[in-house]
Design a protein. Structure first.
Length: 117
């Protein structure tokens, strides 16, 4: 979208990216400037929360407040406290294998003594 400050005309011009920096001229002869606009509406939380079907509730929830409300309703009506799982980070640290180096050394020493006679 390009706009002329002199005549207040807004014009949509489509052109390749390679020509994006080329200046556009209005019918009045003045240079036009590029404007960026978005016709949609955005609400807080729209980006981070995707609408999804929740089996526990049997319906699609579209925002975080609906999820909170449904969790509260289940706890109040059925006495069941539900928690969301699957998004937490695993709390797993692998156990380090402990080697008995002293015992291994003794076994090796005894094996060498047997072979030497």
């Amino acid at each position: 979208m390009y706009a002329c400050d002199t005549c207040k005309i807004h014009t949509e011009i489509t052109k390749p990216l390679s020509q994006l920096d080329q200046e556009e001229v209005c019918s009045c002869g003045q240079a036009m400037h590029r404007t960026i606009s978005w016709a949609g509406q955005m609400k807080p939380g729209d980006i981070s929360f995707k609408p999804d079907y929740y089996q526990a509730f049997g319906k699609v929830l579209t925002n975080p407040s609906q999820l909170k409300d449904e969790l509260k309703r289940e706890k109040y009506e059925k006495g069941i406290e539900l928690i969301e799982i699957g998004n937490e980070r695993p709390n797993y640290t692998p156990k380090r294998k402990e080697y008995d180096w002293d015992g291994a050394g003794k076994a090796l020493y005894q094996e060498l003594r047997k072979r030497r006679g």
